[in-house]
Structures are given as C-alpha cells and as structure tokens.
Design a protein around this ligand. Structure first.
Ligand SMILES: Nc1ncnc2c1ncn2[C@@H]1O[C@H](COP(=O)(O)OP(=O)(O)OP(=O)(O)O)[C@@H](O)[C@H]1O
Ligand SMILES: [Mg+2]
Length: 282
C-alpha cells in the first residue's frame, strides 16, 4: 500500500531526513514515533505529496507521489498536526465545503458530527470552537470523502480522556473497515494499543521498526518489587520477573506469608522510547 525506499530530504543545505525505508501493508496501522523535531510531520508531508523535492522513492498505491495528480487526493485522508479549517465557517459548512471537493461517494456528515459529539455545535463558527472541538472536527474532515489511506498526525492531541478514547475507537473502526493508517503520536500507550507496527524516528533517521510487543520484549524482563519487615525494620527488594524462582528471600517470604507489599513493573513502550531516543517523555 505504501512503499518508501531510501528517502532523504532537507529543508536547508544540511542533511535532515536520511535513508528512510519501510513498507506499510494494506489494513495496517503504522506508527511514527519520536521526539519533537525528529521529522515525523516532515515525513508525513513527503508521503502525502506536499514535499516533492525528496530523493529516493515513495509509492502510495503503486504511484510515485511526486508525480501524483489530483486523483491521488481522492484516495488519501489527512488529519494535519494543526487544525486546517475555515474559522469563519460553521462546522457543517466546513464539512460540506471539503466534501464538495471530492468526486467519490461521501460519508454522511450528520453521522460523522454525531460520532464525535459535535452535532449540537454544527451551526457554530469554528472560531468559537475549543481546541478539542477543532481537533475532533479536523479528524472527521479527513475522512469525509471515505479515503482508503489515512494520515493522522497527533489526532488525539488536546483531547480530554473521554474524547481521546472516542477518537481511538473511531481509528480502530476505520482499520476494521479495511483502511490503512499512518499514525503519529507522542502517546506511547496509544501507540501500543493502536499500532500494528511502529517506527522510531530520531533526528531524521529510523532507529527501530517492529511491533510494539516485540520492541517491549527486546528490552528484557520486567521487575518484581517487594517489601518485608525484619527485626522491626522495613526492607525493599526486587528481582527480575524471569528469575523469581531463584530469589531465596522472596521464596521464603511467600512460604511464611510475610510479604508486606508486592508489585510487578513490566517494560512499556515508554521505556523503549527513552532507550531509543535518549530523551524522556514529556
Ligand atoms: N517548512 C519548514 N522549513 C524549514 N524547516 C522546517 C519546516 N518544517 C519543519 N522544519 C524543521 O524540521 C524539523 C522537523 O520538524 P517536524 O515538524 O517534521 O518534526 P516532528 O517530528 O513532527 O515534531 P513534533 O513531534 O514536535 O510534531 C524541525 O527542526 C523543524 O524546525
Ligand atoms: Mg509533528
């Protein structure tokens, strides 16, 4: 569905995006992860044919995107990082306008507004929308023409937990209906939940690409932490989850029922992010 081979690109004379290669299969949710300024949105702009002065090859649906014609935009939907809506128009006018630009079969606007909880705000001007409302409208704008490939750049940013969860369910519903999705997110829990595979981009280069599960497993076993009391003093100890059978203290505490607390600490995609990028999650 998407085939990227040895792509490099720079805004200036200094090299930036370099040697990017990956393939996205039909029906997959493929995640772009990485620190701020790493080049994720730039890469998305290359994939949607906005930046055409790249070297290498980017094929979407078998077509080199720098040679695309307008029919290309019938097949892709783009949820830009920053809402791209007409502020003076109402939500419904925005959707009607963007929908009118496409020739294929359109989605039902009423239904889309209702799904993201904006039906009662449909006649409100976008300039009077909150950040989260704009974000939700921007998302449905990107799917109004029922495209088969979606590019979603931080679609849940600025959303409260309820709306974020609603949008994630909608993304999964798009996948279930056969769409192929590129998803950029800073939220590692979302990435682990939604993405079939992810690629980490750091300083314009690919650092790792795999399923979230495999990346987490590569970090090795998690930890088991426990506490207990001895001679009136409280002790805290830990052992790797895959070696609990060798921890004599732990085994004896279990046998004598003397554990005060016990909890496991599995590796997460957030730990993988910190290891790969060398940066803390904000
Ligand atoms: N139009 C532009 N002209 C020049 N430099 C740009 C342009 N757009 C982006 N850049 C630079 O390219 C780098 C990567 O930006 P990009 O928006 O791709 O990062 P990102 O990974 O999407 O970051 P974030 O997670 O903050 O959205 C940044 O250093 C940015 O300043
Ligand atoms: Mg970005």
């Amino acid at each position: 569905m998407i085939k990227v081979e040895n792509v490099s690109f720079s805004y200036t004379k200094a090299p930036f995006i370099s040697n990017i290669s990956f393939q996205v299969e039909p029906g997959e949710i493929f995640g772009f992860l990485g620190p701020s300024g790493a080049g994720k949105s730039t890469l998305q702009k290359i994939l949607i044919g906005m930046l055409t002065s790249y070297n290498g090859s980017v094929k979407v649906n078998g077509l080199e995107v720098k040679n695309h014609d307008n029919s290309f935009y019938e097949t892709i939907g783009v949820d830009f990082e920053f809402p791209s809506l007409y502020e003076k128009l109402t939500a419904r006018q925005n959707l009607n306008f963007f929908s009118s630009l496409y020739s294929g079969e359109k989605r039902n606007i009423e239904e889309l507004l209702s799904k993201v909880g904006l039906l009662s705000d449909a006649e409100k001007r976008v300039s009077d929308f909150s950040k989260g409302m704009k974000s939700r409208l921007n998302f449905i704008k990107s799917i109004v023409h029922n495209p088969s490939i979606l590019f979603l750049d931080e679609p849940t940013s600025g959303l409260d937990p309820t709306n974020s969860s609603l949008l994630k369910d909608m993304i999964l519903a798009e996948k279930a209906s056969g769409k192929t999705i590129i998803l950029t997110t800073h939220n590692m829990e979302d990435a682990a939940k939604l993405c079939d595979r992810v690629v980490f981009i750091v300083d314009g280069s690919m650092k790792a690409m795999d399923t979230p599960h495999n990346l987490i497993m590569r970090k090795g076993a998690g930890l088991l932490k426990y506490s207990y009391q001895k001679d009136g003093i409280e002790y805290v100890s830990e052992c790797p989850l895959n070696a609990t059978h060798k921890d004599e203290t732990l085994l004896s505490l279990i046998h004598s029922n003397q554990l005060l607390t016990i909890h496991s600490q599995e590796q997460t995609l957030g730990d993988v992010f910190m290891e790969i990028t060398g940066r803390k999650l904000s």
